[in-house]
Design a protein around this ligand. Sequence first.
Ligand code: G
Ligand code: G
Ligand code: MN
Ligand code: NA
Length: 255
Amino acid sequence: VALETALREALRRDQLQLHYQPQVLSHPPHPLYGVEVLLRWEHPQLGPISPARFVPLAEESGLIGDLCRWVLRNALRQLADWRARGVAIPRMAVNLSASNFEDPQLLDELLRLLQHHGLSPSDVTLEMTESVMLSPQPRVLDNIAAMQAAGLALSLDDFGTGYSSLSHLHRLPINELKLDMSFVRDLEHSMSARALTNSVLRIGESLRKHVVAEGVETERQRRLLAGLGCEVLQGFLFSKPLPAAELERWLAERE
Ligand code: G
Ligand code: G
Ligand code: MN
Ligand code: NA
């Protein structure tokens, strides 16, 4: 409960931070595809607290709607600022929680926010975990379909770790699959990881969904993924998640 109060306070006082991790095309010179927005909380006494810990807390305590709105507000303001200053960020991917997709007001609010900043829905990708699709309620599917119809891109995060049944994948309103890091980690040493990665990429191809590989840390992984036809890569090989100003420096140094 103490942590919950602290999170409420942090939201109110804008004490959370956003970091941005580049997503690049898999072939040199690795043009920028977009950035993933990753939430950070540096508690004044407790130090950094992982979203893996405080996002579930926000879900339990009903703060998740406010948290999501805080992220969207600040991330889109940042994107608009980059665009205004000629910093070329093609698109931005934001992580949403399962319950955010049940929120009947979120889409309209997001569209208004985009319009306010002169941004387009196609500038934004919404990432959901596979658990959203575990047993999707019609209401949630309708909401996600409306998001896609409005021009937002939808991405299935941590793909391959569990839940989505292949049999209904083609009916899901999804534009992108994010191959889970565990596959990438084992790619160099495990034939089965390579075979599964290949399967995910071929599924992506036949269903016309982009595939983003996460957790790319080595040149060898990059080469294997590019060789299997994976177009978009994300991971420490290119950059860890960075505060906005550092991301700008990272971009400038590549030119
Ligand atoms: O960046 P890091 O590996 O610490 O993230 C841990 C987890 O927190 C990941 O599963 C990531 O998707 C999630 N996460 C990061 N930022 C956000 C956010 O803004 N909203 C939600 N719902 N989850 C986030
Ligand atoms: O669940 P989600 O995919 O949204 O979480 C992404 C998380 O993965 C981020 O918190 C980020 O810090 C972490 N991450 C990003 N790139 C790498 C990487 O190359 N290696 C590892 N181990 N973690 C990474
Ligand atoms: Mn993600
Ligand atoms: Na992921």
